[in-house]
Ligand binder design. Structure first.
Ligand SMILES: *Cc1c(COP(=O)(O)O)cnc(C)c1O
Length: 372
């Protein structure tokens, strides 16, 4: 019998069951004490003054864009090599995402290419820390200062990651984390906006709750808001997950190390992920790069699927999705490094609970699928 693996899987233990059950017993399922308690420990973990829980990472990015004052006519510089939410949030506020190509090693924004994309309309750089690895923040901060641009971080894939010892989520006006079940920790659906700015925090808290005013007076809506609240079950789950997060991150490092070792013998076929010097990588996914991409990569995915291994391409380049092409006229060739990565990457099963034996088995199946 061939074994079979999911691509990702959360760790849910008795602490999580207990935490959620307690909320259910209490009868307070929204707007209770769990959400502020989760926010307080989360802000402390990341190292920001404030944290506002929201219903998803995407909702958080939307609020971060509004809080940054991004509006129709503005441009925001970002990466095409990401999950689509990091560019869509710019569209939500009527602004234009201006893509800049990536560093082919880390898949993060290439700072050397940013200045050329700045125009009179540029207001911000939306930095994505991809796959659990920080972007190269020092030159990005320098450019942002030079052109007076805000920095917003999409840290949805990188909770716990550090750039030169400093936690992601502390570099911009605001940053957003996400808790979908394949992330480093989960609340089911959920997200968090973190910031050191009282103004951004107050605005996020108001906007997530239908635009209520500061005093949260009963049904006094002072601006166009949304329902982006996180419910109490999710907040309790998040608090239980956060308690075990250091152990989860350590376990992810271990699984990545096992992959590194096992994949060394396949260096003629693929390159394992690279961690830039000075970075702490928290391993959202384990993404290898194949020497032969395109159709060969897609055939490999099919063969692996037949062997119970659900490898997936990560990510398609955002500018080539049909509605981005239609709206902005992008064509293949616009961002060559991003497109080359999209054509040649493969995410392997990666989650806490995989053993060294599992990794050897998966890599063995990969070896056979590559060779035949
Ligand atoms: C997961 C993720 C998000 C947010 O996703 P949600 O499903 O809305 O929580 C945003 N950006 C990136 C890069 C992501 O990986």
């Amino acid at each position: 019998m061939p074994r079979s693996y999911p691509l990702a899987r959360p760790v849910i233990g008795s602490a999580e069951f207990k935490a959620v059950q307690q909320v259910l017993h209490s009868g307070v399922l929204s707007l209770g004490r769990e959400t502020p308690a989760f926010e307080a420990v989360f802000a402390k973990f990341v190292g920001t003054k404030y944290a506002a829980a929201v219903s998803s990472g995407t909702a958080g990015l939307h609020l971060a864009m509004i809080a940054a004052g991004i509006a129709p006519g503005d441009e925001v510089i970002t990466t095409p090599f990401s999950f689509i939410a990091s560019a869509n949030c710019i569209l939500y506020v009527g602004a234009k995402p201006v893509f800049v190509d990536i560093d082919p090693q880390t898949y993060n924004l290439d700072p050397a290419k940013i200045a050329a994309a700045v125009t009179k309309k540029t207001r911000a750089i939306l930095v994505v820390h991809i796959f659990g690895q920080p972007a190269d923040m020092q030159p990005i901060i320098k450019i942002a200062r030079q052109y007076k641009l805000k920095i917003i971080e999409d840290a949805c894939e990188s909770l716990g990651a550090r750039y030169r010892g400093r936690s992601v989520g502390t570099f911009g006006e605001s940053a957003v984390f996400a808790f979908y079940p394949n992330k480093q920790m989960t609340t089911g659906e959920g997200g968090m906006v973190v910031t050191d700015s009282r103004r951004v925090y107050d605005l996020a808290v108001s906007l997530r709750n239908q635009g209520r005013d500061q005093s949260r007076a009963w049904l006094n809506h002072v601006r166009l808001g949304y329902n982006y609240r996180l419910d109490e079950m999710s907040a309790a789950l998040g608090r239980a997950q956060l308690r075990r997060l250091p152990a989860l991150l350590k376990a992810r490092q271990q699984v990545a190390a096992w992959y590194h070792t096992a994949l060394a013998s396949l260096s003629d076929y693929l390159t394992p992920p690279v961690t830039a010097a000075g970075n702490t990588h928290t391993w959202f996914l384990y993404v290898v790069r194949l020497r032969r991409g395109g159709a060969a990569r897609d055939r490999l995915i099919k063969r692996l699927a037949q062997r119970g291994i659900p490898a997936k391409p990560y990510f398609p380049s955002i500018h080539l999705f049909s509605f981005y092409r239609q709206q902005f006229g992008y064509r293949p060739g616009a961002f060559l490094r991003s497109e080359a990565a999209s054509n040649s990457t493969l995410a392997l099963p990666f989650y806490v609970g995989l053993t060294r034996r599992d990794i050897r088995y998966i890599v063995g199946q990969l070896r056979q699928s590559l060779k035949f």
